[in-house]
Design a protein around this ligand. Structure first.
Ligand code: PLP
Length: 454
């Protein structure tokens, strides 16, 4: 058992991300001491199913010995070297090769960063560099969507379309326009069919491009399935329509696969699920199962060749991080992808999709629930006071966190995103684990309903 002083010390000295700091001073931390498979254990010894795979990321589960060994071996051999200015080492070479093999045809060049946010910052700079290389410096703006999550640095946080990430941080700080969130249940007009909704969103995107001037719009970025904004799956036809608009107006399409990538949606990448090929892909999280911080940007030949030609002119690509392609992170990433392949974890997600999604949809008639949505092994349950009118409980943003608290008491860690309870279990889950997740969630929802009525 961890002595209480650890709790006291945390309260006294730590500033936690995404935390109400004053509330934290009152209630203190939940200290996680170890993990095993789909489970983690707190300092009181209580066991939980990690229903969000940490932060949507621990694909292979906790304490996977092969990843520990891969890290230790690389630490002993070459704990660090950089990849600046023609230097290279085997782990980053092998991982880049593996990513080129896994990603769609023609996407063969990989740039490493330490986090998804840094990766999206890098993408913005790459897209700007690309347009400068083509002699069109005015083509700099991005299109993103409301409720998108692309990170929290000044530039990637600008692409993010969530008010909490902008408010009082003086963002956006780069030129970006946020379009309507492609979430049919929430944003469709009364009587609008899904096809009409898609057509309206595509028209909005095209009208925006034309109003701002196609010569000023450089990139469109989106998560195939939106994650941290509340798990929103796109309406039919949306992504092929966006791809066509990007082609028509010479806009680079960026698929942010930080959550979707490596099997989460039942296909290797989210873009494959929704039938489009981007120009640039961004991956992280399940790339190393988050055992080490690492992100990878994969670009197509068109982007690579334009950038590479320009570096030949300028003498360099003046961008990179001390940790770009960190050997230990890359060794862990490579071993992690091997495990995903050998254990067919992407296939596991596809095989368990029906059980997981149908199990979640059984809660659609629960009195707390407005909508259940998801694909593969990612899901969201949105709370609503009135399903038909899509009205939240008042005050908004209170019910889902309360349900998540009840889930934790029932031995299931999930995350509340506004009025949505998000689920994203490790890809190693079994049918029995899914039964447990659904049973615990069901009890938490019932307790939530009693709580709302009290
Ligand atoms: N992009 C997406 C889709 C994400 O979900 C996240 C993080 O949740 C990021 C980017 C940012 O990644 P990081 O937290 O590693 O900076």
């Amino acid at each position: 058992k961890i002595p209480n002083s650890l709790h006291a010390s945390d309260i006294a000295h730590s500033m936690h991300p995404y935390t109400n700091m004053r509330l934290h001073e009152e209630q203190g931390p939940m200290i996680i001491t170890r993990g095993e498979g789909v489970h983690v254990y707190d300092s009181e010894g209580k066991e939980y199913i990690e229903g969000l795979a940490g932060l949507w990321s621990v694909a292979v589960g906790f304490s996977q010995p092969r990843l520990v060994e891969a890290a230790a071996k690389q630490m002993a051999e070459l704990p660090y070297y950089h990849t600046f200015a023609h230097k290279a080492h085997e782990p980053s070479i092998r991982l880049a090769e593996k990513l080129a093999e896994m990603t769609p045809e023609g996407m063969d060049r990989v740039f490493f960063t330490n986090s998804g946010s840094e990766a999206n910052d890098t993408v913005i700079k790459m897209v700007w560099f690309y347009n400068n290389a083509l002699g069109r410096p005015e083509k700099k703006k991005f299109l993103a969507r409301n409720k998108a999550y692309h990170g929290i640095t000044i530039a990637s946080g600008s692409l993010t379309g969530l008010p909490a990430n902008h408010k009082d941080f003086d963002l956006p700080a780069i030129p970006v326009t946020h379009l309507t969130c492609p979430h049919y249940w929430k944003w469709a007009e009364d009587g609008e069919t899904e096809a009409e909704f898609t057509a309206r969103l595509l028209k909005e995107a095209e009208d925006t491009i034309l109003a701002e001037g196609p010569e000023t719009i450089a990139g469109f970025i989106g998560e195939p399935v939106m994650g941290a904004g509340g798990v929103m799956t796109p309406p039919e036809g949306y992504w092929p329509g966006i791809r066509a608009l990007c082609d028509k107006y010479d806009i680079l399409l960026v698929s942010d696969e930080v959550i979707n990538g490596f099997g989460r949606c039942g296909t290797p990448f989210g873009c494959e699920k929704y039938g489009f090929t981007p120009d640039i892909m961004v991956t992280s999280k399940q790339l190393t199962s988050s055992y080490m911080p690492l992100a990878a940007i994969i670009v197509n030949d068109k982007v690579y060749n334009t950038i590479a030609d320009h570096t030949a002119k300028l003498g360099t690509f003046g961008h990179g991080f001390t940790g770009s392609g960190h050997p230990v992170a890359c060794a862990v990433g490579l071993e992690n992808l091997k495990i995903i392949e050998e254990q067919d974890l992407m296939g596991n997600a596809a095989r368990l999709e029906a059980k997981f999604q149908e199990g979640l949809r059984k809660f659609a008639d629960h009195p707390l629930v407005g909508e259940v949505r998801g694909v593969g092994l990612i899901g969201g349950i949105e709370m609503a006071k009135d399903k038909e009118k899509r009205l939240s409980f008042e005050p908004a943003g209170k019910v889902a966190p309360q349900v998540v608290k009840f889930c934790a008491e029932e031995g299931l860690i999930l995350r509340a995103v506004y009025e949505t309870v998000a689920l994203c279990p490790p890809l190693i889950v079994t049918e029995e684990d899914i039964d447990q997740i659904l049973a615990r969630l069901g009890r938490a929802l019932d307790r939530g309903w009693e709580w709302v009525q009290a």
